[in-house]
Design a protein around this ligand. Sequence first.
Ligand code: ADP
Ligand code: ZN
Ligand code: ZN
Length: 753
Amino acid sequence: MQTPQQQNLFDEPAVRAARILIDGASDLVFDYAIPPGMEGILPGCRVEIPLRHHTATGTVLEITEPQDTWAGSLKPIRRLIAPEPLISAPLMDMARWASQYYAAPIEQFIRCIVPEPVRQEKHSEKTHKVVRLLSKPSQEEETRLNKRAPRQASILHLLTESPDRTLTLKELGGTAALTPCRALEKQGYLTITEEEEHRDPSAGEDYLPTSALKLNEEQEQALKAVVADIEHADKKPILLQGVTGSGKTEVYLQAVEHTVRQGKSALILVPEISLTPQTLQRFKSRFSSLPGSVAILHSSLSDGERFDEWHSIREGTARIAIGPRSAVFAPLKNLGLIIVDEEHDGSYKQESAPRYQGRDLAVLRAKLEGATVVLGSATPSLETLHNARTGKYATLRLDRRADGQTLPLIRILDMRTEAKDKKYAGVLSERLRMAIDKRLARGEQTILLLNRRGFARSLQCPDCGHNVTCAHCALPLTYHITEDRLICHLCGYRAIVPRECPECRSSNILLQGFGTQKVEAILNRAFPQARLQRIDADISRRKNAVRDILGQFRARKLDILLGTQMIAKGLDFPGVTLVGVLNADLGLCIPDLRASERTFQLLTQVAGRAGRGDLDGEVIIQTFTPHAAAIQFARRHDTDGFADQELDLRRQFEHPPYVHLAVLTLRSTKEELAEYSMHTLYRRLVKNLPPDILVSEPAPAPIPKAYGQYRFQSTIKSHSARRIATCVSQEIAAMNAGDDIIITLDIDAYSFM
Ligand code: ADP
Ligand code: ZN
Ligand code: ZN
């Protein structure tokens, strides 16, 4: 028999708990009891909870199963800030999925969904107090106030001095000034009013509405197919493959318009570099007649603007959101369409925690929301092409330029025959020099591209163009001075440095590399009369420098623009009739399995920049490897041919998209500790990982030391990314490395540096 007391204990309902992410800098997660009356609480809700001796705020990550042992041991949630979750169910699902797939704590994704200013709610005050002087105190009154209430006197003084006798409370010293102001209000000296604050980031800009263009046949078909997908329950991601200038943007615009008119919302993701006033204007002017506003989510928004944009999207005031990869987390409701423009662009991959691929999350989000997703590009990534070819994605094509122009003529210049002439040190061929001279004489413009990713330590023969590669992976080997060895960064293979070219026996084989600054000096010598400007990573660190230079180039105050891949895409300059690629190979000589793909994309995109106006364009590509697939297929604008050949190679060598590949990096300020720990972790992995997950022997990273830390790497391959995430992070956790070691796992890595 039970005693009454025990009876009572058993009748008490089991305590349900909520796992809560506490706001603040570190990823604190604790469980709290759900008190009676708060049973309706959902993941994504915002709450107040007790934390030490304070009240903190946080977000509910999940509701956990009842457990008797918790009774009494958990503190209860103090207050539910709003009954409706701040984060929608599909976004919570996306965070959960991403956290498992990318092996990153869910907190990191929650922080992407609810940005800092929204979490802090500091900026929720959309109104501010304005104090207006009604009547000036007389001389007597002023003396009296000065003695009795000096603060009041000084406020009146400030107001009389101000231009229209009006100041905000903030200008009068903030909330501390409120009491004296209220006192003055009672005496009839002034009024205090609440006024709306306007923080429209595009305030003051005027957009002339534009109307839809009449679509050509190809565009018409593409739009029809997209609209059909929007209207059908049975959806499939769509690849819109259209040559540069084929009018993909017009298809996006009309598809978005259709979506919004149906009462749904639309999300447009663009590469970071495309968020220029030019592109934004194109979107804004078209959408200005649609219901709801357009929210622009770029990184330079102030906290207040970010707060406002976020809430206007969540409340549905803004029905169209445009932004870079992070906009994939925008809190749009009733999402009907997601566009990923230039889906192959590297900026969709986030290279710091949480490491994710924005394009892939866009596809996932569309699935979770029941929305249509369109991935557009002239040069789709091989991942996307593979998905299209296996039928996972539908393909729509635009094979002709919308304005009826032909694609520019591309010439390949073999630099092996030019290298003998040392005058321009292999930077400038005679042919290209003459072509530039011709443009200068005619007052036309030239873009010169230096294909350099800040890195060149591979071995290439200047006589035959041979590039020393790994026998197992076909990737260029990287020279490491510390070991005096060539190392493969994919499989760990090591080779001694050849004294002569293995192909042609030339002893001129050397380590390559030109900086933009050196090239600029050479060009200045060759064209002393030209107005030349360079854009590279150094320049772009200066605020507005890139924007200003591009503005000058557009206004034709410059003749030659020299730059890295930053200038290759998205820019439309009618005055440009010549595009020169100075060194097409360098992009091929980096230890990156996507080097060939990237070079092909870069050359095709840059070629698309020429001849956008009424004048025909010419493209000259200088190369030591004229027969490389990336160069030959780009010359013929043949994306399909390139994909056939490259996919074949990828399959042979078991590279993505046929496997998932992750990069495991271990960093430490202590070199020996880093190397030793990497080997310890490697041995653990080899011993404990299931046989379908392959780990390469560790090696120093291609950039072996950065930010004062030594870096060692292994690559990991498997047919399942999730298995890599689960199994490898288990081993990392079990290793229990000390504080002076940082380990990162980059799933579906894009960078191998
Ligand atoms: P993409 O995004 O495919 O590179 P754009 O959208 O930039 O191509 O289009 C290239 C040019 O063609 C733009 O100047 C655009 O205004 C124009 N254009 C697009 N569609 C049409 C059309 N149906 N009729 C006339 N011009 C068009
Ligand atoms: Zn050689
Ligand atoms: Zn290898």
